[in-house]
Design a protein around this ligand. Structure first.
Ligand SMILES: C[S@@+](CC[C@H](N)C(=O)[O-])C[C@H]1O[C@@H](n2cnc3c(N)ncnc32)[C@H](O)[C@@H]1O
Length: 267
């Protein structure tokens, strides 16, 4: 039964992947959070930090994935299927030739940055996140020494850090941004003439949108209930491209990479 369910799941994902660019779909996602007040917004930088430190356990039986290079390497092995296969596929598929200076936005614990820099050592790579804790944790690791690290909030007033970079890159960052914040970031990429390679595993296509409609209507109730928290927004590629279009930046390339979708937007 499990095998059949997996097969159907894979079929739905594949079909959805084909259809996604032609549909404009957005769905908010709520998660259980007993400490949350009703109507609380998406996680702050401190809440991301708290979550990241608590959520190491499912990957490995150690408390801190950034405790040392060995722990970090074990963590990378644990997330290979979920996150890193897509990065390796990107390195093989996407032509990084014109883009030497890469600025990653919302890098989290820099797993993708580490793999990409290993595959493409010529890149001058800056990894950023608004969670100062994860940037400090990663700065302790000799394995990540070659990566420039900065605290950077993409919803902050000054997006000038984009200047001097050839490419902005993100992995599921857009999930944490509402439509207005996402459109503003696209507009900043246009203003600074920086293409944005947006990679995500939080896309949603029409089949999943429809199949999960009952769960989504339950989730809409959570918006008004204490103990539930808005976590982010699932969007179809068509919806992301529409927001980019509103900011004057167009989809130039698209690929399916393992369980992720990559969308290149060019000013
Ligand atoms: C879904 S997680 C993805 C993390 C990482 N890219 C990955 O794929 O493992 C979203 C990331 O975006 C960061 N983030 C959320 N809002 C942000 C903001 N306004 N500015 C910068 N980073 C942000 C979070 O701290 C988190 O690391």
């Amino acid at each position: 039964v499990g095998g059949v369910r997996d097969l159907i799941g894979a079929g739905v994902r594949r079909l959805d992947g084909w259809c996604e660019p032609h549909f404009r779909l957005t769905r908010p996602l709520y998660v259980a959070d007993p400490a949350a007040a009703a109507g609380a917004g998406v996680w702050s930088a401190q809440e991301w930090q708290r979550h990241r430190r608590a959520a190491t356990a499912p990957f490995e039986a150690h408390a801190d994935r950034c405790a040392g290079d060995a722990q970090y390497a074990r963590y990378l092995v644990a997330i290979h299927e979920a996150k890193l296969r897509a990065v390796l596929a990107l390195a093989d598929t996407f032509d990084f030739g014109p883009y030497r200076r890469v600025l990653e936005l919302g890098c989290g614990d820099m797993a993708q940055a580490f793999v990409l820099c290993g595959r493409l050592p010529g890149l001058a790579y800056t990894a950023t996140d608004f969670d100062a804790g994860v940037i400090a944790d990663c700065a302790r690791l000799p394995l990540l020494a070659g990566i420039d690290k900065r605290v950077f909030d993409v919803t902050g007033p000054d997006l000038g850090l984009l200047d001097g970079h050839d490419l902005a890159l993100s992995w599921s960052l857009e999930f944490s941004l509402d439509d207005a914040q996402l459109t503003r970031l696209f507009a900043a990429c246009k203003a600074h003439a920086v293409p944005w390679l947006l990679c995500t595993h939080t896309g949603i296509g029409p089949l999943r949108f429809w199949l999960e409609a009952p769960r989504a209507s339950r989730q809409r109730r959570y918006a008004r209930e204490p103990g539930w928290r808005l976590h982010g927004w699932l969007r179809s590629a068509g919806q992301i491209a529409t927001l980019a279009g509103a900011a004057g930046i167009a989809l130039a390339w698209r690929a399916r990479l393992a369980n992720h979708t990559a969308l290149l937007f060019e000013p």
